[in-house]
Design a protein around this ligand. Structure first.
Ligand code: C2E
Ligand code: CA
Ligand code: CA
Ligand code: CA
Length: 275
């Protein structure tokens, strides 16, 4: 800092310094997480009105030896920035597909779909399609039971490229869900042109459904949009019976949320029974 002029003082802001160092440490730890096998998956059931489990969403968990559980909300954005998400995402996909292949061999579970989150950065890799296909081949997972959750940000740029990739995976049987729907910027006319199977209503709207008329109106329009485009619709973040009942009354019949189950490690997941 010696010799630094007054103008650069903010650069040495001690608080900022501490934050940058903490971030650098987290990033260094994140680089080690894959080789040290600190990641695992949790699974959250997706259920229907009757409580039947149709599928599950795989959610990444990082158990750090000193930090304990680090939230994906904290490390996924970091992994996106430094491209680690590409390797991490491949690990998630492969682990999930291995699980899907195991379920396919079990008559009580072979009907289950497995939803996997794909980050925009991961999807934009030139060989994304080839990687997914290679993983499907290697694990022998049934492609028709794999549902990739993508977000609207994918379609801000390179729309045609994104669409072409989706079409190639669709040909192979893979299905697509548009995650966090309603929070992004997608033009509705473009949605129509994408090979989508499902819209996933963002949990922020579900949370405010019964307290905020605007949220209720948005959810009702998403459900209507899904119906007119002949897409499935699922609500995430369903925590109360009142929310579920409102959704059923408005013709949304698939749910995910703490009301039914938290994301759980495989051993705690009871998939054969209704929850
Ligand atoms: P998301 O894909 O929108 O996942 C839903 C999040 O909501 C999960 O948080 C889930 O645990 C939480 N959740 C489920 N039910 C409820 C509920 O009833 N109430 C509330 N308040 N929350 C609920 P989680 O597991 O912390 O993941 C956060 C985000 O991190 C995910 O949001 C997703 O964007 C990202 N993420 C998680 N796993 C992966 C992954 O394998 N790959 C990528 N690229 N992103 C992931
Ligand atoms: Ca998701
Ligand atoms: Ca979501
Ligand atoms: Ca989200």
């Amino acid at each position: 800092a010696k010799g630094a002029g007054r103008n650069t003082l903010s650069f040495f802001d001690p608080e900022m310094q501490v934050r940058l160092q903490a971030r650098a440490r987290l990033e260094a730890d994140l680089r080690q997480a894959l080789p040290r096998e600190e990641f695992h998956l949790h699974y959250q059931p997706q259920v229907t009105d009757s409580g039947e489990i149709r599928g599950v969403e795989a959610l990444l968990r990082w158990q750090h030896p000193r930090r304990g559980a680090v939230s994906p909300g904290e490390f996924i954005p970091l992994a996106e920035e430094n491209r680690l998400i590409v390797a991490i995402g491949a690990w998630v996909l492969e682990s999930a597909c291995r699980q899907l292949a195991a379920w396919a061999a079990d008559p009580a579970r072979r009907h289950l779909t497995l939803a996997v989150n794909v980050s925009p950065r991961q999807f934009r890799e030139v060989d994304f399609v080839e990687r997914v296909v290679a993983i499907l081949d290697a694990t022998r997972a049934p492609a028709e039971r794999l549902k990739l959750e993508v977000t609207e940000s994918l379609f801000l740029e390179e729309r045609d490229e994104a669409r072409a990739k989706m079409l190639r995976l669709r040909e192979r049987g893979v299905r697509f869900s548009l995650d966090d729907f309603g929070t992004g910027y997608s033009s509705l006319s473009y949605i129509k042109r994408l090979p989508l199977d499902q819209l996933k209503i963002d949990q922020s709207f579900v949370r405010d459904l019964l307290v905020d008329e605007a949220s209720a109106a948005i959810v009702a329009s998403i459900i209507a949009l899904a119906r007119s485009l002949e897409l499935e619709v699922i609500a995430e973040g369903v925590e109360t019976e009142a929310q579920r009942d409102w959704l059923i009354a408005h013709e949304c019949h698939a749910f995910q949320g703490y009301l039914f189950s938290r994301p759980l490690p495989l051993e705690e997941l009871h998939l054969s029974k209704a929850c």
